[in-house]
Design a protein around this ligand. Structure first.
Ligand code: NDP
Ligand code: GUE
Length: 304
């Protein structure tokens, strides 16, 4: 697998050069693994097109004009294009009602040219996001956001996975991180990230603790974790002093200026393995999205 690039000697206490030296955490790099996944997805997309003339197509739906969300959607479209996957972009005004969004998603669900649908989370607060997600046909739910996909993840059944959680599991597997019996602490419980990643970890026999904004004594709970998944949306939120030495740290955060949810400089002195931001979880998310879009296109084409 990808070899770590920052295996440098540091001091266990950065303020005391006489403290015992220890190695900085090994990096869990997502970029190379993601590139391999995208290359395979591109091959499958081409094979499908050559055999049937059908181009795999991902529809992205963005409600409102949050510039960061617009950037993610553009990024997904660019990567799709490079992999030979078509994309259809739907942008709706911030005032869109739940009914209007549901109608748009039903239309895309019924459009035979569209194989996968991604509704960007979060939607504006006045919209019932769950109702919107459920308007996505489970066969086209390549972002793993429907109750159908969630149940499959929770029961350890095959099916589309939420892309960031599924990408995180692939990364943990690629780095041979033992999951069975490990205590995983998930910080955050959003429907696209915290909640499903906990379910996937549980399905892999980890002992899972969910934490969120109402959790008391968060740092003490994190201290007991063999694996920490930070999915909070607050830059540098998780501090080095919260971590158990040697812990595996997955930083799913993607905040302004490419900053994760984990204070990297502190955490790298304590953790055993840590994902960088950028170059860790983010590329894995998009790779899984493309892989699942091609799988959806194959399934819809062979059964059509
Ligand atoms: N790299 C990637 O591919 C992806 C990255 N992201 C990034 O991950 C981060 C999280 O995204 P997302 O899950 O969508 O965010 P949401 O805002 O939907 O959810 C954030 C979660 O964090 C919890 N939380 C907020 N404050 C605290 C606190 N002080 N202590 C403990 N928990 C807290 C919230 O708790 P509560 O439920 O109680 O409100 C909530 O469950 C963001 O930085 C986002 O950009 C997201 C998706 C993909
Ligand atoms: N329904 C839904 N599904 C999502 O998957 C989803 C979402 N909503 N809402 C927003 C977040 C954000 N997100 C990212 C995906 C990739 C990178 C990514 O590839 N980042 C690169 C950096 C890319 C760059 O900045 O050039 C990296 O970390 O290396 C980042 C963030 C998916 N999200």
């Amino acid at each position: 697998m990808t070899s770590p690039s920052n295996h440098t000697l540091t001091f266990s206490n950065p303020d005391d050069p006489k403290s015992a030296p220890r190695e900085a955490a090994r990096l869990m790099v997502g970029t190379d693994l993601a590139a391999e996944m995208v290359a395979k997805a591109a091959e499958r997309a081409k094979a499908l097109k050559d055999a049937t003339g059908v181009e795999a197509c991902l529809a992205t739906v963005l409600v409102g004009d949050d510039p960061a969300s617009a950037t993610y959607v553009r990024m997904k479209q660019n990567r799709s294009k490079k992999a030979g996957i078509g994309s259809l972009s739907v942008v709706l005004p911030a005032e869109t009602t739940t009914e209007e969004l549901v109608a748009e998603l039903r239309k895309l669900s019924e459009d035979p040219k569209v194989h996968g649908i991604l509704l960007q989370h979060p939607v504006p607060a006045h919209i019932d996001e769950r109702a919107a997600f459920e308007a996505i046909d489970p066969a086209k739910d390549v972002d793993g956001v429907t109750m159908h996909a969630f149940a499959a993840m929770a029961f350890g059944e095959p099916g589309f996975r939420s892309c960031t959680p599924g990408g995180i599991i692939r990364l943990l597997e690629a780095y041979d991180v033992p999951l069975a019996g490990a205590h995983a602490v998930v910080i955050g419980r959003s429907p696209i990230l915290g909640k499903p990643v906990g379910m996937l970890l549980l399905a892999s026999n980890a002992t899972v603790t969910y934490t969120h904004s109402k959790t008391r004594d968060l740092a003490d709970i994190v201290k007991t974790a063999d694996i920490v998944v930070a999915a909070v949306g607050k830059a540098n939120f998780v501090r080095g002093s919260w971590l158990k030495p040697g812990a595996v740290v997955i930083d799913a955060g993607y905040n302004e200026n490419n900053t994760g949810d984990v204070h990297f400089e502190e955490a790298t002195l304590v953790a055993g393995l840590i994902t960088p931001v950028p170059g860790g979880v983010g590329p894995m998310t998009i790779a899984l999205l493309l892989e699942q879009t091609v799988a959806a296109a194959e399934a819809q084409t062979t059964t059509a």
